[in-house]
Design a protein around this ligand. Structure first.
Ligand code: SF4
Length: 289
């Protein structure tokens, strides 16, 4: 497939995903979680091109040169594309860099880098989206990410973990939760890399130096290996999940822990527990959210 055809193919696929799954309405105010990677850059570019009301939010995690290079690229791209960029610096928000928060938490509890980082990022993203009155948060999750997560949850023997997956995230709906949607849901990682290179996006292709996703990497390698022998394995995993999701949701509809809605006693954000996960982590190192 030539570059022009490939570009059209990816953009058409994204438009179809948005339409088929009713991900975004014309009057939505969209906030794209822009990490500086190829996927978030691609989805930001496409939504702007499609004429949506789109702004970008980046969270500077202060992970050394990697974060600095990403930030340079992010600012450059938003300026070129005339996209309003909101920057959140994790030290301004909490008083510490992500590396410090992680080490301080890990000195007391055994949690992986990405678990801690992911919780903090999701909290900031939802909080900022609400402040900016965004009606949708867009993330750059792609087909490979979703297939890996579904497969990982199967390997853990815990289907309940998959209930909130899909092109629209979340089981609970609440006025304080801004819905997260994934327009790249059916786009393969390799296709997005090709798209990003063809478009000459200013992005880093190096992975985050703090990634702790060893299990995810093993699953990724296994699925890549399978896909060489059995094309469409990733698509089939995701499609099969989507077909069985209504049964999964029904099976867990009576699960009190999954469907329970509280407001965090510390920050007021919606949570299934008394205290949300971000405050739980920050309370460990005594940084009030
Ligand atoms: Fe954070 Fe892990 Fe992503 Fe790095 S790879 S930014 S540590 S979630």
């Amino acid at each position: 497939m030539g570059n022009v055809n490939h570009i059209d193919h990816i953009e058409n696929k994204v438009m179809k995903t948005i339409a088929d799954h009713e991900l975004i309405l014309k009057d939505d105010k969209i906030l794209v979680a822009y990490s500086g990677g190829k996927d978030s850059c691609a989805v930001l570019y496409m939504l702007k091109k499609l004429g949506y009301n789109v702004e970008a939010l980046t969270i500077d995690l202060l992970i050394g040169d990697w974060s600095m290079e990403n930030l340079v690229n992010i600012r450059k791209f938003c300026k070129e594309q005339k996209i309003k960029l909101h920057e959140v610096n994790v030290r301004d928000e909490f008083g510490y860099s992500m590396c410090y928060i992680r080490s301080a938490v890990q000195a007391k509890v055994a949690l992986k880098n990405c678990t801690i980082c992911g919780v903090i990022k999701r909290w900031i993203l939802n909080r900022k989206a609400r402040e900016l009155e965004a009606t949708k948060i867009v993330t750059g999750h792609n087909l490979d990410d979703e297939a890996q997560t579904i497969f990982m949850n199967m390997m853990k023997g815990n289907p309940k973990l998959s209930v909130g997956l899909g092109p629209k995230s979340g089981v609970m709906s609440d006025g304080k939760f801004v819905q997260r949607v994934k327009p790249l849901y059916f786009c393969a990682d390799s296709d997005l890399r090709k798209y990003s290179m063809a478009m000459k996006f200013p992005v880093l292709y190096d992975p985050c130096p703090c990634s702790s996703a060893a299990f995810r990497r093993d699953i990724l390698n296994a699925l890549d290996g399978l896909e060489k022998e059995y094309p469409q394995v990733k698509y089939n995993i995701v499609n099969n999940y989507l077909k069985s999701r209504p049964m999964l949701v029904k099976a867990y509809s009576g699960d009190d822990k999954l469907n329970r809605m509280n407001y965090c006693t510390s920050c007021g954000d919606p949570t299934r527990n008394a205290v949300c996960k971000a405050c739980e982590l920050l309370n460990i190192i005594k940084v009030p959210a």
